[in-house]
Design a protein around this ligand. Structure first.
Ligand SMILES: [Zn+2]
Length: 264
C-alpha cells in the first residue's frame, strides 16, 4: 500500500473583487483582486480523498459568485466519482466548502468539532460571522452526524495513511488545514488558513475572521508544517492555476497538479 498521493486543485468558480475587500484595514493600492474557488483531491491506487466540496448553485448564486462548472461533476476530470468516495475532509463549514454533501452517498465527513459548535452556537445571530454559513448546510451536517457519518476531531491527526489535518482557528472556530504526502514531499492544502499567498507572505489578516490573533499565528503554523513555503497551497488564490501545471492541455485553467513542482 502506498501512502503517496497525486494531488489536484479543481477550480469551479470565481468572483470579481478588489484588494480592499481582502485585507483588514483595506489596501493603500486598491485594485482588482479576483477570487477563485476550488475543491481538492488526493488520489492513489487505494483511495481518493476529497478535500472540501464547494458551494451549491443556489448558495453561490445568491452571493453573486460565478459558478464555472459543477464542482462535484468536475471530480471526473481527475478520475473520481463522488459515489465511490469514502472520505471527505471538510476544512470548515463556510458555504463555499461544504455545500454538496448530498452528492456523497457513502462518505464519512472529517471535521473539527469546534466548527459545528461554532456554527450552531451563539455567534450565529451576528451577521458578519453568520453570512459565511448556510443554515441548510449546518443542519445537513447535524443530520449526517445522527446517521453516523461525521468523524469529529479535536486536534491534529491522521485521517487516512499519508493524509493528516491540523486545526488552526482564526478564520473560523474549527478551521483545519490538510497535509498530503506526495512525491514532492508534504503538500499543505491551506484552505482558508491563507486565502491568497499574499496573506501569509505579508502577515495581513483576511476580512472574514473570528479571531485575528489566531489567524496571524496560523500563518506560522502553516510554515511549520510545510517542507518549504512553496509547498503551501492557498485556498482562494487564482495564482495557484498559474504556478502549477495542468495534468493535460485541455484542462488548462481548470485543474492543476499540486504534487509536482510549481512552474516558478
Ligand atoms: Zn471560509
Amino acid at each position: 500500500m502506498t501512502t503517496e498521493y497525486e494531488v489536484f486543485a479543481i477550480r469551479y468558480a470565481t468572483r470579481q473583487a478588489r484588494r480592499h475587500e481582502h485585507f483588514i484595514g483595506g489596501d493603500p493600492h486598491d485594485g482588482p483582486m479576483p477570487m477563485d474557488y476550488f475543491v481538492w483531491v488526493a488520489k492513489n491506487a487505494d483511495r481518493a480523498v476529497v478535500i472540501d466540496i464547494g458551494f451549491t448553485a443556489e448558495s453561490g448564486g445568491k452571493r453573486g459568485r460565478i459558478l464555472t462548472r459543477d464542482p462535484i461533476d468536475s471530480l471526473s476530470l481527475v478520475g473520481v466519482d463522488a459515489v465511490d468516495v469514502q472520505d471527505v475532509i471538510l476544512t470548515h463549514l463556510h458555504y463555499d466548502h461544504v455545500g454538496n454533501f448530498n452528492k456523497f452517498p457513502t462518505a464519512r465527513f472529517h471535521l473539527q468539532e469546534p466548527e459545528i459548535q461554532y456554527a450552531v452556537g451563539r455567534y450565529m445571530r451576528h451577521k458578519p460571522l453568520a453570512k459565511s454559513f448556510e443554515p441548510d448546510d449546518v443542519c445537513g451536517i447535524v443530520r449526517l452526524n445522527f446517521a453516523g457519518r461525521v468523524v469529529y476531531r479535536t486536534g491534529p491527526g491522521e485521517v487516512v495513511p499519508g493524509i493528516s489535518v491540523v486545526p488552526t482557528g482564526g478564520h473560523s472556530a474549527g478551521l483545519q488545514f490538510v497535509k498530503v504526502n506526495s512525491r514532492r514531499g508534504v503538500v499543505v492544502l491551506a484552505s482558508d488558513v491563507t486565502h491568497y499567498y499574499e496573506h501569509m507572505e505579508t502577515d495581513r489578516p483576511y476580512t472574514t475572521v473570528l479571531h485575528v490573533g489566531d489567524m496571524l499565528e496560523a500563518f506560522d503554523t502553516l510554515r511549520a508544517h510545510a517542507p518549504t513555503p512553496d509547498h503551501i497551497v492557498p485556498g482562494h488564490d487564482p495564482d495557484v492555476m498559474r504556478r502549477y501545471p495542468a495534468p493535460s492541455p485541455e484542462l488548462e485553467g481548470v485543474v492543476v497538479r499540486l504534487d509536482v513542482a510549481p512552474r516558478m
